[in-house]
Ligand binder design. Structure first.
Ligand code: ADP
Ligand code: ZN
Length: 611
């Protein structure tokens, strides 16, 4: 594609060279500039043979001593000049365009211009459609390597979530028979470099269907209508293949929330997006075409995109945890001559918050460094150098140290949430606790799902508040009152909302009794003030926070266990958590502070952390 485009840009130059040479061809005589003063002198001394007069700013002069030289001087465009020259017996040629040559020249120029212009336009048009053909659309089968799930390390949950899609792409008829409606569109969301593109390619590879890819950012700043027609071409192409996977990277460039698109209406973007949605709703159920879109942030997307029949399945692709990182390192280390001293599980531990792309890059840089020094194998020194090269750009300070403090705080914070849930709300499902930040927010997160119930009891609401406050309570208990962090802001917001409902809507506060306070406040009741409400809410909050703290203090041993399990594994699941609570989980780690453990541990399962 590049070759072609360069050629087009070369055309104006060819045009320029051609016209210049034409100019030379027709100018058989030499031209020399002379000042108007010199010209007048020449006139006075009767040296001038001929003057060509026209309306140009310059006029041509021939001197008697050499008629082959054409002198050029300023044309005063004075109507008296002709008479003045004639009086001096100088030949005056009045010429509308100086000579027949110029006319010819002019015609030639215009003709040439048109030819070139038409050529460029024609090729530009062809180029635009070509872009869709081979520039942005890459089919796995043609030039690209075929990918499969073995090329994707970790991301187990995401793989699980797209398994049915692969089956659907393989045998769409099977699903039609059962009247099942498969998702047309799937959104992969997560930080950059976590393997969203890779996953999409792997799905196409696993299902054996062609892979088409475009990026939302390709559509920005295009002429109106071009984006929409590109989308239509793309789908047409995919349909021709029968089955296909269409991957749209950076979908947010197209489908940002209207309000978030600060620049106001963008016709081109809207048209492109509409074309996409129209194409998607035009599918028949038995068409084996799936669209996967990727974004770093789900929350900026327009809701219209996420509606049923559109991108109604959202799959999070998160940063890898320690296990995932080790798998990614092993995968990309496979074809590299790594020295025995390179311990990939240790490296996985040191690369917290690294994405898959960063890990791949780390090993690649190390290989380059080793190759530069002509080493037979990649040693630990190469890895270290590459490591600092990669993290150098991101932060100047001692990053590893900051990360460790952050990690500990996050671990205890999340452990607090998990512990309290297990203690006071055992019916909740805690499917995942992690210290790896999700796209939903900084720090870690606990996936805490309350049981589905029609009514919530007073006890449920209090438990929910205590679970929310437990993160802060754990931080305070372990790191001291002065070291509590901003990490609890969302928790506090959530707890405040619940306590407000508790007091205002549900009349659960004994002191204020069975009233809806909003009704009182809205009617400007003199007997009731906001102040009273706030005081009541904070009293309840205080009471619940105290209770939370006490629970945590009593069970500090378990808090430590959970936090340390998190520091080692980064992610723990419900099973791990239950084992910890049942004293069946043992942490074998010399790096961690032993004194934090206050009770001897009965071992059934051993998690090896450090050799
Ligand atoms: P994204 O689309 O999420 O920005 P990519 O799929 O483009 O990320 O990932 C870039 C590269 O990083 C991949 O080509 C691959 O080499 C590496 N990579 C990322 N995640 C993984 C993973 N889970 N397993 C193996 N390699 C990965
Ligand atoms: Zn929290």
């Amino acid at each position: 594609m590049n070759k072609k485009r360069n050629y087009i840009w070369a055309l104006p130059f060819i045009f320029l060279v051609l016209s210049l040479s034409l100019l030379f061809l027709f100018k058989q005589s030499k031209t020399v500039e002379m000042t108007y003063f010199e010209f007048l002198e020449a006139v006075e001394s009767s040296k001038v043979e001929e003057v060509v007069l026209n309306s140009n700013p310059k006029m041509k002069v021939k001197l008697k001593d050499d008629l082959s030289i054409m002198y050029i001087t300023d044309n005063p465009r004075n109507p008296e000049l002709k008479e003045f020259l004639l009086k001096k017996q100088i030949k005056v040629v009045e010429d509308s365009s100086s000579s027949a040559f110029s006319i010819l020249q002019g015609f030639l120029m215009i003709g040439l211009f048109f030819v070139v212009f038409r050529y460029v336009i024609k090729n530009f048009g062809r180029q635009a459609s070509k872009d869709i053909g081979d520039f942005n659309l890459k089919e796995v089968d043609s030039n690209n390597k075929k990918f499969s799930f073995t090329d994707v390390a970790g991301n187990e949950e995401a793989k699980e979530e797209v398994k049915d899609i692969i089956d659907f792409l393989k045998k769409p008829e099977k699903y039609v028979k059962y009247g099942a409606r498969m998702p047309r569109g799937i959104i992969f969301y997560g930080p950059p470099g976590t393997g969203k593109t890779l996953m999409a390619k792997a799905i196409a590879g696993e299902a054996g269907v062609p892979f088409f890819s475009v990026s939302g950012s390709d559509f920005v700043q295009m002429y109106v209508g071009v984006g929409a027609s590109r989308i239509r071409n793309l789908f047409e192409k995919a349909r021709k293949m029968g089955k296909a996977l269409i991957f749209i990277d950076e979908i947010d460039a197209l489908g940002k929330k209207r309000a978030a698109a600060a620049t106001g209406g963008n016709d081109e973007r809207d048209q492109t997006l509409n074309a996409l949605l129209t194409e998607m709703s035009g599918f028949k159920d038995n068409e084996g075409i799936i669209i996967i879109a990727a974004t770093n942030r789900l929350d900026v997307l327009d809701e219209a995109l996420l509606r049923p029949g559109r991108f109604d399945r959202q799959v999070e692709i998160s940063l890898p945890d320690i296990k995932g990182r080790e798998q990614i390192l092993r995968l990309h280390g496979k074809n590299k001559p790594l020295s025995d001293e390179v311990d990939l599980s240790k490296l996985a531990k040191q690369t917290v918050y690294f994405s898959g792309a960063m890990l791949e890059n780390l090993l690649n840089e190390a290989a380059i460094i080793a190759a530069k020094r002509n080493a037979k194998i990649i040693g630990m020194e190469d890895i270290d150098k590459a490591f600092y090269k990669i993290i150098a750009g991101s932060e100047k300070k001692d990053r590893s140290n900051i990360l460790n403090i952050d990690r500990e705080i996050t671990a205890y914070h999340e452990a607090g949430h998990a512990l309290i849930t297990k203690l006071i709300a055992p019916s909740h499902t805690v499917s995942k606790v992690t210290i790896i930040p999700s796209t939903k927010g900084a720090g870690g997160f606990s996936m805490n799902i309350p049981p589905d119930k029609m009514y919530h009891t007073k006890k449920d609401m209090e438990a929910q508040i205590m679970i929310s406050l437990a993160g802060r309570a754990a931080e305070e208990l372990i790191f001291g009152e002065d070291n509590i962090t901003t990490g609890a802001s969302n928790d506090i917001e959530k707890a405040t909302q619940i306590i407000r409902d508790y007091v205002v809507k549900y009349g659960m506060s004994k002191t204020l009794g069975l009233i809806n306070i909003d009704v009182l406040l809205n009617n400007n009741s003199q007997s009731f003030s906001e102040e009273t409400l706030i005081k009541e809410c904070s009293n309840h909050m205080e009471r619940l926070y105290k209770a939370t703290r006490e629970f945590i203090i009593e069970n500090k041993y378990y808090l430590n266990m959970i936090a340390n399990a998190l520091l080692i594994q980064e992610t723990i699941n419900e099973e791990d958590l239950n084992e910890i609570m049942e004293d069946n989980f043992i942490i074998n780690n010399t790096e961690l502070e032993k004194e934090k453990f206050t009770t001897p541990i009965r071992a059934k399962r051993v998690v090896e952390a450090t050799p």
